[in-house]
Unconditional design. Structure first.
Length: 255
């Protein structure tokens, strides 16, 4: 069931979203060559603590997971697409990093992700990240009252495919509300004019995932969480929590 949020609830979700935005900004600032993924996780934990927020990631265990997730961020490096577990791995010159973070505050959830490079970037990585951001913007632009879920999915998928990038099947966005993952699912490919109509008060996480080689194939790493590209190519992941309103899409996790 899809819950329609009141304007007051959307304002409260914006407050949660801003905690997520601050956490991602702090992690991005702290990330550098030689910094460990666990250290980045601690940066995000401190932002959540200061805000009086909790993490919807920490201890999360969906049906596919062999163990509860042990961190407040997902840290996915280079060929890792999503769900990377922070470890003692220290970032190297030229790494491509995707950080996903969430928060619970005042009974509401927020969810967002960024991708960036550390040290000397590869031009191909910068192009991949820039395209991912523009794909996200296209998905958000389609998230308007009167459109359907398929219009958002089509906007995301068409942009990805036109740019020559792959899309991991079966993974995409979702509704956000009292919980981080709610109905409806928001695929990263779809047919326009299909699916659930978008109404004022719906809140969606729109999250493109792009594979640089154009190959869609991926596999689950031994940790049971991390998804990696099958051909070793790099990936980028970006995400915003967005409220559907009569005035247009409102980005609740805008940094």
């Amino acid at each position: 069931m899809v819950e329609l949020k009141t304007d007051t609830s959307i304002d409260a979700m914006h407050a949660t979203g801003q905690v997520v935005a601050r956490a991602l900004t702090a992690v991005r600032k702290a990330a550098d060559v030689g910094v460990s993924l666990l250290e980045l996780d601690e940066v995000a934990r401190e932002v959540l603590r200061e805000a009086g927020a909790s993490s919807p990631f920490l201890g999360y265990r969906p049906s596919f997971a062999p163990t509860p997730f042990p961190a407040v961020i997902c840290a996915s490096v280079n060929d890792a697409i999503v769900h990377g577990i922070p470890t003692r791995h220290r970032l190297r010159d030229g790494d491509l990093v995707s950080i996903d973070c969430g928060a619970h505050l005042g009974g509401w959830a927020g969810d967002s992700a960024i991708s960036f490079t550390v040290g000397r970037p590869r031009p191909a990585d910068l192009h991949l990240i820039d395209t991912a951001e523009r794909v996200l913007a296209a998905g958000i632009e389609a998230a308007v009252v009167g459109n359907r879920i398929g219009d958002v999915a089509h906007a995301v998928g068409r942009f990805c495919r036109t740019a020559g990038y792959g899309i991991p099947a079966g993974f995409g966005g979702h509704g956000v509300g009292r919980r981080m993952h709610e109905d409806p699912e928001v695929p990263n490919e779809g047919r326009p004019g299909r699916g659930l109509p978008l109404r004022h008060g719906m809140v969606l996480a729109i999250e493109p995932m792009l594979i640089a080689s154009g190959n869609d194939a991926y596999y689950e790493a031994e940790d049971g969480w991390t998804l990696r590209t099958s051909d070793g190519s790099r990936a980028a992941h970006v995400e915003h929590t967005v409220a559907i309103t009569e005035a247009g899409p409102r980005i609740l996790t805008q940094r």
